[in-house]
Design a protein around this ligand. Structure first.
Ligand code: AMP
Length: 314
């Protein structure tokens, strides 16, 4: 089994109320790969510039991620993103986005990347996501993430790729923006009508919700007292979610598989936000993940009774 992911491999400049980093390893595919590599072999596809440090390539290779499809464009510059968070860590301002080597990138997938069982189209130009979908051999499960920038400037292309995937993973505000529907459930149902069989609405510190034709499932974010930098939380969630699905493909992608995947996504994302960028997830252990998934399992428990309510008493 293996997972191919296309998305940004980046350097980020990030400022939060708790500190800042001028230039740290980031990118949607990077955060995704670090999380998904707990479950399966991951192959990121994408370009980096000659400025991309060997040490950062080593970080990407943590837990066996295969970097054969990371193309080094020696005279180019790595994708760069800068953002700032206020006290409400759920909202951030993008200060700068430089596509750099992604602007002219034409993907050439290795046979192993083409033969993936699972494909994740992390946040990047929808046209590039479509090229990767064309290039793979027919993975058993495909999922896609995007962001407001692409809804603003490339909506038609984005809708075109969403129609071709099994699962859409998007922030709740972006789901509303994409569909023009203010109600989250209505927005998700509209997207289910376009083709995907599952929609995951990421809700920052409030958790995430899964909507399929037959079910609705929501999990709170893991309750943390220290959140330092939410950058990459969504991609780390996606890595845990998609990785967990990849591990259970044999029995089909049932609602049970998807709900368990929500717990792994939630647990992984909770570690990501504890430190800047990739710092925490790089040294994370499987035991730590299991511990948080068990705790999440416990949070959902309450005893069902049929109480006598006021209206019944009259
Ligand atoms: P998240 O916090 O999960 O939304 O992901 C943040 C990561 O996405 C950062 O590491 C950025 O490098 C990357 N990113 C930000 N803007 C874009 C964009 N327009 N296209 C692709 N990746 C981006």
């Amino acid at each position: 089994m293996s997972i191919t992911v296309v998305g940004s491999l980046a350097y980020d400049a990030v400022k939060t109320p708790f500190g800042q980093r001028e230039r740290m390893l980031g990118g949607a595919a990077t955060h995704f790969a670090l999380a998904a590599s707990f479950f399966d072999t991951v192959r990121p596809v994408g370009p980096v510039g000659g400025d991309f440090a060997d040490a950062d390539l080593e970080v990407l290779r943590t837990r066996g991620t295969v970097t054969d499809d990371v193309e080094v464009i020696a005279d180019g510059k790595t994708f760069f993103w800068a953002g700032e968070y206020g006290w409400d860590l759920n909202s951030r301002e993008t200060l700068d986005t430089q596509l750099n080597v992604f602007e002219t990138f034409v993907p050439k997938l290795s046979p192993a990347a083409q033969a993936c069982d699972v494909l994740f189209l992390a946040n990047i130009q929808p046209e590039l996501q479509a090229q990767i979908l064309d290039a793979v051999d027919g993975p058993a499960f495909t999922a896609l993430d995007s962001m407001n920038l692409w809804i603003d400037i490339a909506r038609d292309a984005l809708v075109g790729v969403i129609e071709r995937v099994d699962c859409l993973i998007l922030n709740d505000a972006e789901l509303r923006q994409l569909t023009g529907k203010p109600n989250l459930v209505a927005a998700a149902r509209e997207i289910l009508g376009w083709g995907p069989t599952a929609v995951v609405a990421k809700q920052g510190e409030y958790g995430a919700a899964l909507i399929t034709a037959a079910s609705f499932f929501a999990l709170p974010a893991f309750p943390l007292e220290t959140v330092v930098d939410p950058t990459g939380a969504g991609d780390t969630f996606a890595g845990g979610f998609v990785g967990s699905v990849a591990q259970h493909l044999a029995g089909g992608v049932t609602d049970e598989v998807l709900c368990r995947a929500m717990a792994y996504g939630t647990a992984l994302a909770s570690f990501n936000v504890e430190e800047f960028g990739t710092e925490r997830v790089t040294r994370l252990t499987a035991d730590e993940i299991h511990e948080r998934v068990s705790a999440l399992h416990g949070f959902g428990r309450f005893t069902l009774q049929t109480p006598v309510l006021t209206g019944d008493r009259s």
